[in-house]
Design a binder for this molecule. Structure first.
Ligand code: NAD
Ligand code: ZN
Length: 245
């Protein structure tokens, strides 16, 4: 098994960060996998507050397609192995995902910090409005059908952290990083902050750091070990070895 695991204490506290790559084998493409384009638009130009202010229908069309695309997708062996590890080590496990899809929950993970939001939730676009985000599976395909907040009447928006916005749950996430013995990162390019910096925060405190994915991430030099392979193949045996510690 991975020699980096040898320096773990017994009963380690495990912090896991997952990215779009973990859902690729379930049939939800990464943005990079589609060359960062949707209908000829750069995805970075659709997933922004400015795009929503300019053309909310365009933005809702994009997220309506993402909802359609994720609706019937099943978790793969990597999501399932993470849910199993949580079941076994309980409070010593913390899962943070950059994904907005619900595949970790469908696999049985119980506590998931969705730092970039949730695809199947909607919220009021007015930050002053008191209505909290709410579950919404809707797809909006006609300009006149865009959803509105039932409290204040403003347009509703996807509950997603767009480019240029502050990710959710950072306080809880950094507290878990502070406490971890192992920081395991799966299927993310390691170039988008603040998530790309998590491994540095963990390494600075002496935690073991491992990356799992088919190619080196942008922040590869920050990891003690890189396990190359698709998540559904490479992750389950690694998690099994961690559970044995
Ligand atoms: P990203 O920057 O995390 O890049 C995807 C990474 O996945 C790449 O590093 C690639 O090497 C890796 N990868 C590809 N196939 C893999 C596999 N089988 N196993 C493990 N790793 C694999 O993500 P992005 O696509 O640029 O997306 C940016 C942001 O957009 C995400 O952080 C997320 O918020 C959102 N997004 C979410 C989803 C989702 O919820 N499933 C999908 C696409 C994008
Ligand atoms: Zn409102």
């Amino acid at each position: 098994m991975d020699p980096a695991l040898d320096s773990l204490p017994s009963q380690p506290r495990v912090f896991v960060l997952t990215g779009a790559g973990i859902s690729a084998e379930s049939g939800i493409p990464t943005f990079r996998g589609v060359d960062g384009l949707w209908r000829g638009h750069a995805i970075e130009s659709v997933a922004t507050p400015e795009a929503f202010a300019r053309d909310p229908f365009l933005v809702w069309s994009f997220y309506s397609e993402r909802r359609e695309g994720a609706r019937d997708k099943e978790p793969n062996a990597a999501h399932l192995a993470l849910a199993r590890l949580e079941e076994r080590i309980q409070d010593r496990f913390f899962l943070c995902t950059q994904n907005v899809d619900p595949l970790h929950e469908r696999a049985g993970s119980r506590r998931v910090a969705h730092m970039h939001g949730r695809l199947f939730e909607t919220r009021c676009s007015d930050p002053e409005c008191a209505r909290p985000p709410y579950p919404d599976e809707g797809t909006y395909t006609r300009r006149e059908d865009l959803p509105r907040c039932t409290v204040c009447g403003a347009l509703a928006r996807p509950h997603i952290c767009w480019f240029g916005e502050m990710p959710f749950e950072l306080e809880t996430i950094f507290a878990a990083l502070e406490a971890c013995d192992l920081c395991l990162v799966v299927g993310t390019s390691g170039v988008v902050q603040p998530a790309a910096g998590f491994v540095l925060a963990a390494a600075a405190r002496g935690a073991v750091t491992i990356y799992v994915g088919p190619e080196d991430p942008g922040n590869a030099e920050a990891f003690a070990s890189i396990v190359r392979g698709p998540a559904a193949v490479a992750l389950p045996p690694l998690l099994e070895a961690i559970a044995q510690r």
